[in-house]
Ligand binder design. Structure first.
Ligand SMILES: C[S@@+](CC[C@H](N)C(=O)[O-])C[C@H]1O[C@@H](n2cnc3c(N)ncnc32)[C@H](O)[C@@H]1O
Length: 216
């Protein structure tokens, strides 16, 4: 029997994922305020179009790093793509929109060395690893059901979420990502200034190389 489940293809994210993930969010307003002129920016996990498409990215030197996007042009307004972080430079701002939870702890801990002295990392994440089973919509049309299963790790504080899109037609699409609790996030950025702001079950984080104040 053919396997009814396939792994996510990130190149097709916009076509296959529920509308709710593509909607403009609280994080977008925040990110757009942070993207001021003449910054060197790295967008990690920006997808096909880049997470800066709604910002003033073109006035900046913006690079994208997304190892799971293949054979697509450099997104509009970006300077270029890099295939690994070591190939880039130092940044004023590292942005992760909906992508922080895909990085393994070693990748996250390594980010600090790619920041300029006053550089910042901003990202969004979720607060509780709740399990869901709900209908999902693409272009406002009912498409199928979305389901997640949470598997805590040995610490019981962090874990892995398995995510399934179960469309009415076609194969089930599977992928997984990490759940990192607030204390673990603090330890991943040990020695840096950490601020966070909550909005329902999501949180915005600003991580700063130095202790300069940022209002969030
Ligand atoms: C949920 S999508 C978010 C895409 C886009 N930032 C947005 O908000 O629409 C997650 C993205 O993270 C990327 N990704 C997954 N693992 C990654 C990793 N280890 N390093 C960088 N990007 C990664 C995927 O290829 C995908 O484009």
């Amino acid at each position: 029997m053919e396997d009814p489940i396939e792994k996510v293809q990130w190149n097709k994210y916009k076509q296959l994922f529920p509308d709710r993930y593509l909607d403009r969010s609280y994080f977008d307003d925040f990110k757009d305020r942070m993207v001021t002129e003449n910054l060197d920016i790295l967008d990690i996990g920006g997808g096909v179009d880049g997470s800066l498409s709604s910002s003033q990215a073109m006035k900046n030197n913006a690079w994208i790093l997304d190892p799971f996007i293949y054979n697509t042009p450099i997104p509009r307004g970006y300077t270029g793509k890099i295939s690994k972080i070591e190939d880039g430079g130092l940044y004023d701002l590292i942005i992760m929109r909906g992508s922080f939870n895909y990085l393994v702890p070693l990748e996250i801990m390594g980010l600090k060395k790619y920041l300029k002295p006053a550089g910042k990392i901003i990202f969004n994440t979720f607060i509780n690893p709740s399990e869901i089973f709900r209908p999902y919509f693409i272009n406002k049309k009912f498409t199928g059901y979305e389901k997640t299963t949470y598997i805590p790790d040995s610490t019981k504080e962090n874990g892995v979420i398995w995510h399934y899109l179960i469309p009415e037609k076609g194969k089930i699409i599977e992928h997984r990502f990490f759940y990192y609790c607030h204390n673990w996030i603090k330890s991943l950025f040990n020695g840096m200034a950490i601020q966070n702001k909550k909005d329902k079950n999501t949180a915005i984080y600003v991580i700063q190389h130095t202790f300069e104040e940022t209002k969030i």
